[in-house]
Design a protein around this ligand. Structure first.
Ligand code: HPA
Ligand code: ZN
Length: 330
């Protein structure tokens, strides 16, 4: 069997996936038409040509405006279902998916519209599988770190009535000058309410290592998104390993926003016993779903079937499934 077929068959978890980052050009066009929005492009090629960036900031400048086509509960449902279909084709058996409510509420879409649409797709997938494949799915609500701490607190309050549909909270968007400490209170409250906690520590941002220290020592996250800059500090690597924290790495995304897949760091951390796993981040924008990320890393770092299987196992270990559910997938 070739490596691509083997990778797609490995049972795996995807833990760093932004639902809004799965907006493929064809769905964007269909939603624009359904909602009567003129997005300025009329073909897949024209939309794809707008998906151009070379840094986190330039990516986000394309990413947020593109969301204008998401208006109704059905739009959010369709977006999530399209991703889940793509995920099961890649062997994903567990998907813990980010969404950004403030990117929608800030343009007038009610919180309830967003969560009802996404959670309907999640409930259906959990009940009946997707395309005949079993999958378990969950939602992680991210706060936008370049919005105010008050806005994050309000968003958490808005989520309380829907808490049974949201497994955890995260932090994303532009990291520059937006340290984790800014959100310490909201994350402490989320912890008290029973949410799992994770935060983006983006690759090679100014202050990356200080931010990683904050998420570990002050916020006490249950996982770190990206976070490969921990290689700069052996004590942090030990801490992450000893706490069994997952590090959700995204090789293809890394290569877009920093020109470096960070393959050396990922393989190094795997060798040191850290629960690193591979993910697609924003696959519609970066042009690769989760299996493509495994294969890109394999090619870059000359890895074979054994390392692919090891990374797939790590993804399940790093998930927030219970022990029995993990054991069933391992
Ligand atoms: N980092 C920060 N914000 C994001 C990302 C990311 O990887 N993807 C989508 N929003
Ligand atoms: Zn991300």
């Amino acid at each position: 069997m070739d490596l691509a077929a083997l990778v797609r068959r490995l049972p795996k978890a995807e833990l760093h996936l932004h639902l809004e980052g799965t907006l493929e050009p064809d769905l964007k066009l269909a939603l624009a038409q359904r909602n009567g929005i003129d997005i300025g492009q009329s073909t897949v090629e024209e939309v794809r040509a707008t998906y151009q960036f070379d840094s986190l900031a330039s990516f986000l400048a394309v990413y947020y405006p593109a969301m204008e086509v998401l208006q109704t509960e059905q739009d959010f449902y369709d977006l999530a279902m399209a991703y889940l279909r793509r995920a099961v084709a890649d062997g994903v058996r567990r998907a813990e998916m980010f969404f950004d409510p403030q990117a929608h509420t800030s343009r007038g879409v009610p919180f309830s519209t967003v969560i009802e649409g996404y959670s309907r797709a999640v409930a259906e997938a959990n009940l009946a599988g997707v395309d005949g494949q079993p999958i378990s799915a969950a939602l992680i609500m991210c706060f936008l770190r370049d919005h105010s701490a008050e806005s994050a607190a309000e968003t958490l309050t808005a989520a309380i009535p829907y808490q049974d549909r949201i497994l955890g909270v995260g932090l994303d968007s532009d990291e520059r000058d937006q340290p984790p400490a800014k959100f310490a209170e909201t994350f402490a409250k989320a912890r008290e309410l029973g949410f799992k906690l994770t935060m983006h520590c983006d690759i090679d941002q100014p202050g990356s290592i200080d931010n990683i220290r904050q998420v570990l020592e002050m916020i006490k996250v249950d996982r770190i998104d990206h976070g490969t800059n921990i290689v700069e500090d052996a004590a942090l690597v030990e801490l992450v390993r000893d706490r069994g924290l997952g590090l959700t790495c995204c090789p293809i995304s890394n290569s877009f926003v920093t020109d470096d897949m960070k393959a050396t760091e990922i393989v190094d951390l795997l060798g040191r016993g850290v629960r690193v796993c591979l993910n697609s981040d924003d696959p519609a924008y970066f042009g690769g779903y989760v299996a493509d990320n495994y294969l890109a890393l394999a090619q870059q770092a000359d890895l074979g079937p054994e390392e692919m299987a090891q990374l797939a196992r790590k993804s399940i270990e790093a998930s927030w499934l219970g022990d029995a559910e993990k054991a069933a997938l391992l």
